[in-house]
Design a protein around this ligand. Structure first.
Ligand SMILES: [Zn+2]
Ligand SMILES: [Zn+2]
Length: 329
């Protein structure tokens, strides 16, 4: 993103205890459309974790799917000057590394993704929010429920908003939304609660703005549409919105940045980099998603194709169909 030049990556950490006495540190990541680093090295797996995951019956099937899907994705090449990987040294995360990381996943009691519209939207933004809800449901195979729109209570405390120094536009502090707005609203059955807002956001004084921020431990996140239009046409704006929502929700399920392919889970440093990424996840990241919900990749692609076709995303619908057919050969 464009703000990498003016911001230090800020990682907010939070401690929690792991099963074997390990301490896992989880960060609140800042959205990665050019945002600060979203990830932290996972701890080494517990010794018996590998054996435990091998018991999962669909792991072998998912590894087979990875091989079949590889031809559909472009390997990550040498980063261009302003790209995310030109300034962030990230190791990536394979499917196996993901399984070893003891990821946060939906549980029997936490099965829904909730979307909260926050403050007013333009008709175009509102339409994109509805598309996000449909795409998240198709992408993650979870029920997505929209909560009633909330408006931020004004006047805000001086510690919770500011004016952008260059545009004088009002910006809302992400920590305020996460702590004071979202956490009190978090439904018990939420796998994740995502607020979408047209407000511009900032995390703290070290950054000019962020596209969003999520707290993995608390299952809440907020993302802004404010900077995604960038004079783009609606189709471009929509695809950017789908990508950021999908990407950040992936982080909430412990998925790290992808460095192996041009993938929706790859970090991006500017909108041009975002625009060249697909709205789909690469084979490794697709395996993670299917493992999360114990789903067959071909069934997931079928659902994604249906959503994209009815939504006018024809190129993507055709692409999902080809992948689905490759898995059935
Ligand atoms: Zn990210
Ligand atoms: Zn990937």
């Amino acid at each position: 993103m464009t703000q990498s030049q003016n911001a230090k990556n800020k990682k907010a950490g939070k401690m929690r205890s792991g099963v074997f006495g390990w301490i896992l540190v989880f960060l609140a990541f800042l959205a990665c459309l050019g945002l600060p680093a979203c990830s932290k090295e996972p701890d080494k797996p517990a010794a018996n974790m590998q054996a435990a995951r091998e018991d999962k019956k669909n792991v072998k099937e998912l590894r087979d799917a990875i091989k079949r899907l590889e031809p559909f994705f472009q390997p990550m090449g040498k980063p261009q000057h302003s790209d995310w990987l030109a300034s962030h040294n990230e190791p990536g995360q394979t499917f196996d590394e993901y399984l070893d990381s003891n990821p946060t996943k939906p549980t029997a009691g936490r099965t829904r993704i909730y979307v909260l519209p926050l403050d007013a939207f333009t008709p175009q933004q509102r339409k994109a929010v509805q598309m996000v809800e449909g795409y998240l449901a198709a992408f993650y195979g979870l029920v997505v429920t929209e909560l009633p729109q909330q408006n931020l209570k004004r006047p805000l405390s001086v510690k919770d908003f500011r004016r952008d120094p260059s545009t004088r536009r009002e910006q809302i502090r992400t920590g305020y939304i996460l702590e004071s707005v979202l956490k009190p609203l978090l439904p018990a059955d939420a796998a994740a609660l995502i607020a979408l807002t047209a407000e511009d956001l900032y995390p703290d004084a070290t950054m000019n703005y962020v596209f969003g921020q999520a707290s993995l431990d608390d299952r809440v996140g907020v993302w802004s549409l404010a900077r995604l239009d960038d004079n783009a046409n609606y189709d471009t704006f929509l695809r950017r919105t789908l990508k950021i929502a999908t990407h950040e929700t992936g982080h909430m399920f412990s998925m790290r940045h992808c460095t192996k392919y041009e993938c929706v889970m790859s970090g991006t440093n500017h909108l041009g980099e975002t625009d060249r990424r697909p709205i789909d996840a690469c084979p490794e990241c697709t395996a993670k998603i299917c493992w999360l919900t114990d789903e067959k990749p071909a069934e997931r692609y079928s659902r994604l194709e249906a959503f994209c076709r009815k939504s006018g995303l024809i190129k993507e619908a055709d692409d999902f169909r080809r992948k689905m057919e490759a898995l059935k050969e």
